[in-house]
Write a protein that binds this ligand. Structure first.
Ligand code: DGI
Ligand code: FE
Ligand code: FE
Ligand code: FE
Length: 187
């Protein structure tokens, strides 16, 4: 799918603010894809559609999680997590993208997963460091992203988990598993 067509489709699903974030994730994903030798076209499309389901009503997302037999544990954790797997499903069923690599990059963009592909890491990281983000510690991750994809993904995960712990929030097990997998790999 051509970039402008994809952007036109996603724009209808998002607020102006979230659309600007999406453009940031798109540009950052393409840059990272170039740097780390990932398919740039796949990175572009995955980034454009990564937050496709962000504004779907919770009830609709819940119904899809149950009907499509996605992990039941999602329902016991923050609804903030739902738009990623639900987004992958809707991008396939509504937009017609069938590329598994792209769909997995959308599906795992919030929690990551064990043995992430380079494409999945690129979108996960771009979502964290795109120019519109202002998380504490994001500049360190931006700097690291210039030299190591894995080290930068580790730092982004570490910061996100630390943020959740500080706010006394549940941490989804897949997020912890992703962290352990990356740490083991980096040692
Ligand atoms: O959709 P975005 O805001 O661009 O970013 P995102 O999809 O990476 O994250 C959405 C939210 O999910 C964000 O507030 C952080 C939160 N989050 C990420 N991992 C976990 C999590 N929340 C919980 N409770 N548990 C997690 O493991
Ligand atoms: Fe998201
Ligand atoms: Fe993220
Ligand atoms: Fe996002």
């Amino acid at each position: 799918m051509e970039r402008n067509k994809a952007l036109e489709l996603v724009k209808k699903q998002l607020t102006e603010h979230r659309y600007q974030h999406t453009l940031g994730v798109m540009n950052t994903s393409i840059e990272l894809a170039e740097r780390y030798e990932v398919d740039e076209k796949k990175a572009e499309l995955a980034a454009i559609f990564h937050d496709y389901a962000k504004f779907r009503p919770k009830e609709e997302m819940k119904k899809i999680i149950i009907e499509q037999k996605m992990a039941k544990s999602l329902l016991e954790h923050s609804s903030e997590l739902w738009h990623a797997p639900v987004g992958a499903y809707l991008v396939e069923s509504e937009v017609g993208i069938i590329d598994r690599d792209i769909l997995n990059a959308i599906k795992y963009h919030t929690t990551g997963r064990v043995s992430m592909s380079k494409l999945e890491k690129v979108v996960f990281l771009a979502d964290y460091i795109e120019p519109g983000r202002s998380f504490p510690g994001v500049d360190e991750v931006r700097e690291t992203a210039k030299s190591s994809l894995d080290e930068a993904v580790f730092q982004a995960l570490r910061n996100t988990i630390t943020f959740l712990l500080r706010r006394k929030q549940l941490v989804y097990p897949e997020t912890i598993h992703t962290y352990n997998d990356i740490v083991t790999f980096l040692k």
